[in-house]
Design a protein around this ligand. Structure first.
Ligand code: ZN
Ligand code: ZN
Length: 156
């Protein structure tokens, strides 16, 4: 079985930034460097990130940003489908939705997220939908379990 694991988007940061500025304008919100930092950090992150992690990361870089700004910016981005979210251990984690389609394996012990796509699974899903005369708009598979590292910890 062939499994793909690279889903980085080809979208350039400037294009994304333009969408973001337009969105802020339509919400009558000011474009600020704090708000941009949220977008930029998501863009440069190769993993899913929670609002608290984003906050701590920006703090560690001496960015002057309040957690409320992060919450509000993330929820706006999510509402506009610029970011998507999922839950690991009840913590909401975000990623930019411009990444190529992929599914998730989520570790219930350490919260690690493994991204993958199996063309065979994708095709099977299409077949299932077709069987029901169902038109797929989107899907997001999340498989919960225990990652290799956490299983090995249990053995010692
Ligand atoms: Zn784990
Ligand atoms: Zn993902």
């Amino acid at each position: 079985m062939q499994i793909e694991t690279d889903f980085q988007s080809d979208e350039e940061y400037q294009t994304l930034l333009k969408r973001f500025k337009k969105l802020l304008k339509s919400e009558q919100l000011k474009f600020t460097s704090q708000r941009e930092k949220v977008l930029e950090t998501l863009y440069n992150s190769d993993t899913h990130i929670s609002s608290e992690e984003l906050f701590l990361l920006l703090k560690s870089r001496d960015e002057n940003i309040g957690i409320a700004t992060i919450y509000r910016t993330l929820s706006l981005l999510e509402r506009e489908k610029i970011v998507t979210s999922l839950y690991t251990e009840n913590v909401k984690k975000y990623e930019l939705s411009h990444k190529k389609h992929h599914d998730h394996l989520i570790c219930s012990v350490c919260g690690k997220i493994i991204e993958f796509v199996s063309q065979e699974i994708e095709e099977l899903q299409d077949e299932v939908a077709e069987n029901f005369g169902f038109k797929i708009l989107d899907h997001n598979m999340q498989i919960f379990g225990i990652c290799k590292e956490c299983q090995n910890k249990g053995k010692n």
